[in-house]
Design a protein around this ligand. Structure first.
Ligand code: ADP
Ligand code: MG
Length: 389
């Protein structure tokens, strides 16, 4: 093992699967979205932060065009020739890695790519709305950018990740997850303008304010590739078209109300659009409030965001609402669904001394309702993608 290579589960899997040592180890985090849900594909604003759960990849270049990948999550290695990675949809987890290979080939020329071996280990909960998928894409992208000497900017790696997810995975997601994973900083959120792709760190000051973020993973599975996510996205596109604006970012609440009044928007599409338009405002207000008044003052914005997702966008589920209500009842400053919805996780911003009570309250509420036992853990705002060894 080289002196710079760290000992971790990814390198151990690498040695067991491929023999010897990797050329390097890279990691990238999952994320929690503090506020700004379903705004990214509407050219709007979001405020995610990178979390202290990461995907770690150990990677070594090969001298041929063969790609071999393996994950601690799924013991079966997957192999392919570079030439076969042509952007076709792939249904296994390999899509997140192979999608990046394809996207980087598109951006930089396929002649820049060579084969490689990659071993992945991640402690980002899967399918919990914490973006285990983007963390794999971003760790892989950072590794291959360096090993292939592409010199890509992090902003272009964000877009490569999005294209991998849209085209090869088949999930019509925006740029939020990859931006948080690549641009996250310790103790900060990333204020993201999805139109310009500007990503500005916003200090959160949770620790100074005596606050912690509690995540309740309901283990109700969501499916971004089909179903609700795509239909919400279509509703937003329909609303923007009816209003004659490029994206809902460009609409105001007044615009929506007059379009409802004159029949350009039906009631359901109006409510979908109202969520997006008011959520953009809440993100801006959250950034302002964090700067001017500190973290304890953002609770009502988090609560209002949850109501909007529950009632207007209709992407919550009973388990998420139960978690939000229990955390609020146990003294949360604010609580909301985070991630794309239809399951996944809820977050609560809690005074440190209320975390244990809130955890008990959520467990009790789930047991009483007969729901699957949730996974409950705290997360802290952490560093973005980096080389680890
Ligand atoms: P989320 O990103 O919210 O966790 P997604 O459905 O977008 O949920 O991504 C989850 C998928 O990512 C999994 O089904 C799996 O294909 C892949 N994945 C996540 N973690 C790992 C891992 N450690 N190893 C292999 N694949 C993983
Ligand atoms: Mg995902």
């Amino acid at each position: 093992m080289t002196s710079t290579t760290i000992d971790n589960e990814a390198t151990r899997l690498f040695a067991a699967q491929f023999g010897g040592e990797p050329d390097g180890v890279w990691s990238s985090p999952g994320r929690v979205n503090l506020i700004g849900e379903h705004t990214d594909y509407n050219d709007g604003f979001a405020l995610p932060f990178a979390i202290d759960h990461r995907a770690v990849v150990a990677v070594r270049l090969r001298s041929d065009d063969r790609v071999a990948i393996v994950s601690t999550f799924d013991g079966e290695p997957v192999e392919a020739d570079l030439a076969s990675l042509d952007g076709s949809q792939i249904s296994s987890w390999a899509a997140y890695v192979f999608g990046i290979v394809w996207a980087l080939g598109e951006d930089h020329g396929r002649d820049r790519l060579t084969g490689f071996e990659l071993a992945l280990h991640s402690d980002v909960p899967v399918g919990a709305g914490l973006s285990s998928s983007a963390s794999i894409e971003c760790a892989t992208a950072l590794a291959l950018d360096e090993l292939w000497s592409l010199g890509a900017s992090r902003a272009s790696l964000v877009l490569a990740g999005q294209r991998a997810e849209n085209t090869v995975v088949g999930a019509p997601t925006g740029i939020m997850d990859q931006t948080a994973s690549l641009f996250g900083e310790t103790d900060s959120a990333v204020f993201l303008d999805c139109r310009t792709q500007d990503a500005v760190p916003v200090p959160l000051g949770f620790a100074e304010a005596g606050l912690q973020v509690l995540v309740v993973d309901t283990r109700v599975s969501h499916d971004h590739a089909t179903g609700g996510y795509a239909s919400r996205r279509e509703a937003c596109e329909r609303a923007a078209a009816a209003l004659g604006v490029p994206a809902l970012r460009d609409a105001t609440l007044d615009d929506l109300q007059s379009a409802l009044a004159d029949g350009r928007l039906d009631d359901e599409t109006f409510r979908r659009a109202r969520h997006v338009v008011t959520e953009d405002d809440r993100v801006l207000a959250t950034v302002r409030t964090l700067r001017e008044s500190g973290a304890r003052a953002i609770g009502e914005l988090l609560d209002a965001s949850h109501r909007s997702m529950r009632d207007d966008f209709e992407i919550s589920v009973p388990e998420i609402d139960a978690a939000v209500d229990a955390m609020r009842g146990a003294g949360a400053v604010g609580a909301r669904l985070t991630g794309g919805g239809f399951g996944g996780s809820a977050i609560g911003l809690l005074p440190v001394e209320r975390v244990a009570d809130a955890t008990d309250a959520v467990r009790r509420a789930f047991a009483d309702a007969g729901y699957t036992e949730p996974r409950i853990f705290t997360v802290s705002p952490s560093a973005g993608a980096r080389r680890d060894g």
